[in-house]
Design a protein around this ligand. Structure first.
Ligand code: PLP
Length: 424
């Protein structure tokens, strides 16, 4: 469900046509629909209205401060994975006590920063990290709330790069060893082991892996309580998938209906870390066709956005729909096509071997479902300034991140005197 639709023959974001945006902000650009963002957050949040809960938006999927502020205003918190994300979240105005800090490799500086700011909890991923969070908290005279991230060994049936809850994964602690970890944590004076965390992967399109994981972690919460630990929070992570092509993932209300029976009577505050399901279909990347050429049965359409702007197709071989902004273009003859970017890499494509209408120089193409892991994973590879991000609300639009300039590209770089003076 989203608000990118054809009106009067042109693809619009809510009430603003994408061709108008292209004229006014240039291409490529990311555009998000405010109404879609609000709707997705609300639908997820309301699915859990019957239990105490906090929706901690996984900001690695989209970290623009305008979007973070929007969700904070709706009562949301954040799931962060770095000190930089904490900084962004605080700048956006998200209260620190609604922030959970995950990730396998938190540095001492990041842990201290998060403790000083007063985050809700750390999701701890190893025994060494438990000891280290305790040590840093001790130095600061603080007590750190922690949840151990347990790995329930569930196959989420998704791409291996975004599958995180199996035994072979680098994430979390084997659930069979969790009770021993909580015993360790309880003996550390500067820790309050008040939560259990699990996150099994991303773009999960069925309820069953979630249900399987929830059964295992609920049993763990009961066992930990029997061992005398005061577990008050159960963090079920993120990972709910979206429709990129023809997937039919559970709706948030179906997901809630599937998992709530297993956890309701625990009386824990439930934490969730959805990313993709909130923002994925709330954004598109708009790009212009630069050139087209035909080679051995295949048409290469060269567009002005590349893998540096949107890396998902190259990294995960993921599918994102490509739609012409001008509706009538869809009626042109179709050809087997690669939509490729200007970056000097053969992996630089946004669509591969697709039957697409005959795109021509100057056409605008919308790469759909680009709101999650789109701009957030962009880079300056090939010294390409990153595109702007635009937020549409009704008939208005706001540039919530300007296009980078050439000057931005060399920000912070310097030439040492010995090189500047012609030495080597
Ligand atoms: C990436 C991540 C998420 C968000 O995953 P989505 O698939 O975008 O919902 C949540 N929690 C953790 C720990 C993550 O690493």
């Amino acid at each position: 469900m989203h608000y990118f639709e054809y009106k009067g023959g042109e693809l619009h974001a809510e009430g603003v046509s994408l061709s108008r945006l292209a004229r006014e902000v240039g291409t490529p650009f990311y555009v998000y629909s405010h109404r879609t963002l609000v709707r997705h957050f609300r639908v997820f949040d309301e699915a859990f209205a019957s239990v105490p809960h906090l929706v901690c938006f996984a900001m690695k999927s989209n970290s623009n401060i305008a979007i973070l502020r929007l969700f904070a205003g709706m009562g949301g918190g954040l799931d962060i994975v770095s000190g930089g994300e904490l900084f962004r979240g605080l700048k956006a105005g998200v209260p620190a006590d609604r922030v959970v800090f995950a990730g396998v490799g938190k540095s001492d500086e990041e842990i201290a920063y998060a403790l000083e700011q007063g985050v809700l909890m750390f999701n701890v991923e190893s025994e060494e990290e438990l000891a280290n969070v305790d040590a840093v908290a001790g130095r600061l005279g603080k007590r750190a709330r922690v949840a151990v991230r347990v790995n329930p060994d569930v196959d989420p049936a998704t791409h291996p790069y975004i599958s995180t809850g199996m035994k072979k994964s680098k994430f979390g602690i084997d659930i069979a060893k969790a009770r021993a970890q909580y015993k360790t944590a309880a003996a550390l004076p500067h820790l309050d082991a008040c939560g259990v965390h699990c996150h099994i992967g991303s773009q999960i399109t069925q309820s069953s892996p979630f249900v399987e994981a929830v059964e295992k972690v609920a049993a763990l919460v009961r066992a930990l309580r029997a061992d005398g630990h005061g577990i008050r929070y159960l963090n079920l992570g993120g990972g709910l998938g979206i429709t990129y092509r023809d997937e039919a993932p559970p709706l948030p209300c179906d997901y809630a209906a599937a998992i709530l029976p297993g956890v309701r009577d625990l009386g824990c505050t439930l934490l969730f870390e959805p990313g993709r399901v909130i923002v994925g279909n709330a954004g598109v990347l708009v790009t212009r066709v630069l050139y087209a050429k035909s080679k051995e049965e295949k048409r290469f359409v060269i567009i002005d956005a590349g893998m540096n702007d949107l890396i998902r197709p190259a990294l995960y071989e993921s599918y994102q729909e490509a739609r012409p902004v001008e509706e009538a273009a869809a009626l042109r003859p179709k050809h087997k096509t690669d939509l490729v970017g200007p970056v000097c890499e053969s992996g630089d494509y946004l669509a591969k071997d697709r039957l697409l209408p005959e795109y021509r120089r100057g056409d605008l193409v919308a790469i759909m479902s680009a709101g999650a892991y789109g701009f957030a994973m962009s880079s300056n590879y090939n010294s390409r300034p990153r595109p702007p991000e635009v937020l549409v609300r009704g008939d208005e639009y706001h540039v919530i991140r300007r296009r980078e300039s050439y000057d931005d590209l060399i920000l912070g770089e310097s030439i040492p005197a010995f090189i500047a003076e012609g030495g080597r």
